[in-house]
Structures are given as C-alpha cells and as structure tokens.
Design a binder for this molecule. Structure first.
Ligand code: OOB
Length: 564
C-alpha cells in the first residue's frame, strides 16, 4: 500500500484522485459533545443569518480546495511536494484506514506531531470522519499527553516515532498502557513508510458529510492559568468563519506561499491565517522545522515565500540575524507577528529591514482574533495589536467593577462573538470564573481601545507567563515543584527578558531539615524534566529563598517577586 503513497509533484497527467466524489445528503443530526456550553439559540440564529456560519464542515472546505486547486502544490516538506489533489487522495485513504480501526464521529484523538506533511493527512482524515482531534504541541511530554488523553477520554493517540531526540514511540507505548480509553496508539514511522502507520493508507473513502457543521470540530489547548490546561471546543461553523476572514484580511490567495515556522498545532498556526487559511485560499505551505533564520531564510529564498507568521522572539531573530544579507528575501510581502506583545522598536524595524508589511496579530485559542490591516498606516501598525475580525465581535474594556471604560483608558478585555467559545470543555468551576453570566469571555488581558476599535495590549491580569508566545501556567509548575521532597513552598513568576519578553522564574523555600547545598537549579530542572513536561515550562531561573514577600493580606506577593 505504502509504496503507492508517491510523494512527489503531481504532473498534471492522469486523474490524481481515485476516489473523488461527494455524497450529498441532509446534514447528520447535530450532536452536542457532553461538557460543551453551546451558543444560545438566538445568537446562533443571528450568526447564521448574517452569513458568518455557512453550514459547512472543515472537511467540506478542504475538499472544496482539493477540487478548485487540484494541481497547485499544497505542502512542501523538505524535498517532498504534495499537490492538493494528492493530499485529498491521501486524506481519504487514511480516513479509510482510521475508520476501519473504529475511529469515527465524535471520537477524540490526541494528535501529537511536529511540522511534517503527514500532519495534514492525519488532521484532515480525522475531520473527514467527524472525529475530534485534540491538538497537543510537539513540545508536550508524558504528563501533558496523559492528561489530554484521559481528560478527553481519547480513543486514539497519534504521534511520530521520534523527534529532536525524543522517543515518541516509547511515549505511545506508555500512554496505551496507562490510559484505559486509548484503544490505539498510532506511531508515524518517518524512516519507513511501510510500517504499521503506512498500512492504514488503504482503500479510500468517498468524501461525504459525516458530521454536522454545528458539531465540535476539535479541542484546542488553552494557554493555561490553572493547574491543568483547559480544553477549548471549537465548532466547524465558528472556526471556518475566522478562517475565511483571516485569509482575506491577511491577503492570501492561490498565488501565496506561506512559511509554516511555528509549532503547527498551535491555534495561531492553524488559523491566523495558518494552515487552514492557506488551504481555504489554495496557497502553498512550506514547512519549516523551526523559525530560526538559518532554517527559514533558505526556504524563503528557494520557494519564493510571500508570507509567514511568527512570535516576537523569532521576529527579533530574523531582524538581528547576521546571515540575512546572504539570502534573497525579496519575495516576502507580509509578516504576521503575534502571540505575545511586539515592542514598538522591533515593529518599526520590520518594513525597512525585512522589506515587507508587518501585520500584528492579537488572538486567543478561545476565539477573538485582532489584526492590523494591510492598508493601515505604518504608525497604527507599529503601535497597535489590531482590530477584531468581525463587526459582531463584542469587545468590552471594563474596570475591576465591570464598568465600561472610555476609549484610551486601559482595562480588562471581555469578549463575546461568532467565534468565541461560551465555556471550556468540562470545566464548570473555571467557566463560572472566566465567563460572565451573559456569556462574555474574560480574557485576563489588559488593553486599551481607540475610537476605531483598535486594541493595544498593555498588560495582563491572569496568572500566566507568556514566554515569547508560549504560555505557562505558574500554578501547574508550582504544583510539580511542591511534589519535590526538599521543597516546602514554591512560587513561579514571569520576569522580564530582552528577547522572550518574559521568562520563567521559580522561587523556592526549602524544608527546614534540607541542606541547601543538596539542591541546585540543575537538579530541580532535571526533576521537572523527569516529571515529563514541555521544555518551555521548565523555569529558566531558580532562586532559593528563606520566605516569600507578602501582600498586606498575607498572600505571596508575586509582583514583588517579579520586580526583585
Ligand atoms: C495566541 O493564542 P493563545 O491561546 O496561546 O494565547 C492567548 C493569549 C492572549 O490572551 C494574550 O494574553 C496573549 O496570548 N497574546 C498577546 C498577543 N497575542 C496573544 N499579547 C500581546 N500581544 C499580542 N499580539 O497566542 C494566538 C491565537 C491566535 C492568533 C494569534 C495568537
């Protein structure tokens, strides 16, 4: 089977898709995943009436592009080039294999893959089946993966054999052994297509509607402010709206070549405009294992990349790179930067130094995404984080008593709209805290808004560290540190860093009977690594202290720790 997988450019000769076809019938009935807070009926009706929700599934959108852009290259991964037609064929063949394993509508499947072409096969095959991918980041390790699998009651876990020296196949065996719901742990073998995973590419299915556009399409991860990451249920209807609009606002077309340099499964990389925006527009996606200039610049030059999306530290690397002049970057037209605050100084350098238009992106996996527009004056582009996508994104900036503030005054950002969730998955208590009774999501961000509605992020209320776009929950790391036998108390905060914006610092108080000489940052890092967590969460710095500074009510003063 796998020998027929033929990586390579479709030459325009024979019919590329053996199994074309779309069985059209009434939408399967909408079934609500238990633990999901639905959009109230009157809002859903309004969003449909206004044409935001078009009653289409992500698989429909994908196969629409497979038909419209059949001969365009969809994905470039190293030497492999895959056309939309070929990708469509691969997706239907893998969907056939996964379906034979018993994976179908509503089944949760944790996807744990790096930036590789097979990611597209897996994710679109799951969408075709109406299964619900849960998007883990490649950096996640055992603790996180086990949690996602058991919390989402995943039926399957799909990963790669190994990546960056980490043995994912061993992790797959552990997950299969310890999470009872996981019936299948599937490992993509990058060295040898003919092994187990490759055999799944068998008889293709016909594309047909196997789920309802109002169904949950996938579970995305929240940045995290709590001990465990929360899961974000997004529907086909709501997500496709952001994808169509993002592709338009970011100027994507079938002529575009977009470099995918950030972790592929992150919400930003999925949809702002991301891989789904590219698929919608019929653009070419060039996969990069990382955004570092020595990897990205040769790819831009070779494939005439026209746009890419970065987080601020990677944008800084591009700006400060000593190898920049060695590569022809003249094809680059637009650079999106988001996920964390881009300093005005760096923003001002993008156009003159990289020769392309900067587009700031301020978004969140929960929904609301803001972009500066490509026609905006430079002064606005460098100073603001953009304007909401939809006229129906309701954006409120309020003081701590919930009173709306006038333009220009910073306050708490609350939002509600056609693509912002009404609650996290199975999280009653957190939902009470993070959503108002009338359904606004309390983002935890402090912003100011100008008269036109453009937002500038000025701070953060939530207890979260934004390490150059990667979000870390202090509570999660504190809990892990507290499980160390020498540690009496732990407090984790974000401290300023030139490049990352913030880095992670842990303050620890040792138990009285512990010899301070027996504990070192090296040992504590090793301890956390052994717990099996993503590398970006491991504190960059540790400080052993006698006690923590306190606020006047006797709580640990994280502000004093951040400023110490
Ligand atoms: C994106 O999504 P998440 O869910 O990882 O993180 C959301 C949080 C926001 O609430 C905000 O605190 C921060 O990340 N953030 C920014 C920012 N973009 C995101 N803070 C300052 N300036 C920005 N430009 O990070 C995300 C999702 C979709 C598109 C882009 C980013």
């Amino acid at each position: 089977m796998v020998e027929q997988m033929q990586w390579g450019v479709y030459d325009g000769g024979e019919e590329p898709m053996p199994a074309r076809g779309h069985v059209v019938g009434p939408h399967p009935e909408h079934v609500l995943l238990e633990g999901v807070v639905p959009f109230p009926a009157e809002f859903a009706e309004r969003y449909r009436e206004r044409g935001y929700w078009k009653g289409e599934t992500i698989a429909d959108m994908f196969f629409g592009s497979v038909r419209s852009f059949a001969h365009n290259v969809a994905v470039v991964d190293g030497e492999k080039e895959i056309t939309y037609a070929k990708l469509g064929e691969r997706v239907l063949r893998l969907a056939g294999g996964l379906s034979r394993l018993g994976i179908g509508r509503g089944d949760r499947v944790v996807v744990h893959l790096p930036n590789v072409a097979v990611y597209f096969d897996v994710v679109f095959a799951l969408f075709e089946l109406g299964a619900i991918p849960v998007f883990a980041l490649q950096a996640h390790r055992r603790t996180e993966i086990e949690y996602f699998c058991s919390f989402a009651q995943a039926k399957a876990y799909i990963t790669i054999d190994s990546c960056e020296g980490f043995d994912h196949a061993a992790l797959a065996r552990e997950i299969a052994a310890c999470v009872p719901s996981v019936e299948r742990a599937l490992v993509v073998d990058m060295q040898d297509d003919c092994r187990e995973f490759g055999k799944l590419y068998g008889e293709p299915l016909f594309h047909q509607e196997r789920c309802n556009p109002a169904d949950v399409a996938f579970l995305q991860l929240s940045g995290g402010t709590t001990g465990k990451p929360k899961l974000i249920p997004r529907t086909h209807d709501d997500y496709l709206y952001t994808i169509r609009e993002s592709a338009r606002i970011c100027g994507l077309s079938s002529e575009s070549v977009h470099l995918i340099a950030l972790p592929i499964a992150h919400n930003y990389t999925m949809s702002s405009p991301g891989i789904l925006g590219c698929v919608y527009a019929g653009a070419k996606m060039v996969l990069a294992p990382s955004g570092s200039p020595d990897v990205a610049f040769p790819l831009i030059s070779k494939h005439h990349v026209t746009s890419s999306s970065l987080v601020p530290p990677v944008a800084l690397l591009w700006l400060n790179s000593s190898v920049r002049d060695e590569w022809d970057l003249s094809s680059l037209q637009v650079l999106q930067v988001g996920g964390a605050k881009l300093s005005q100084e760096a923003a001002r350098r993008v156009k003159p130094e990289l020769g392309c238009t900067l587009q700031q992106v301020f978004g969140m996996a929960e929904g609301l995404v803001n972009y500066t527009r490509l026609s905006d004056p430079e002064s606005l582009v460098v100073s603001s984080q953009g304007l909401r996508i939809s006229p129906d994104d309701e954006v409120r900036v309020v003081d701590d008593d919930g009173v709306d503030l006038p333009a220009g005054v910073p306050g708490n950002l609350l939002t509600r709209g056609p693509y912002t969730i009404r609650g996290y998955y199975c999280a009653l208590e957190v939902n009470e805290r993070d959503f108002t009774l009338d359904g606004f999501y309390c983002t935890g961000d402090i912003v100011s808004r100008d008269e036109r509605g453009y937002l500038t992020v000025t701070g953060r209320k939530k207890d979260q560290i934004n390490r150059g776009g990667e979000k870390v929950s202090p509570e999660e790391i504190e809990n892990l540190l507290l499980s160390h036998e020498a540690i009496h108390d732990a407090s984790v905060v974000g401290v300023r860093d030139e490049v990352l914006g913030e880095k992670v610092k842990a303050f620890v108080v040792l138990r009285e009977d512990v010899d301070p000489g027996s504990v070192s940052p090296f040992k504590l890092k090793k301890f956390l690594r052994q717990k099996g967590i993503a590398g970006f969460k491991i504190p960059d710095e540790f400080e052993i202290v006698e006690e923590f500074p306190e606020t006047f009510v006797g709580k640990t003063s994280k502000r004093a720790q951040r400023e110490s």
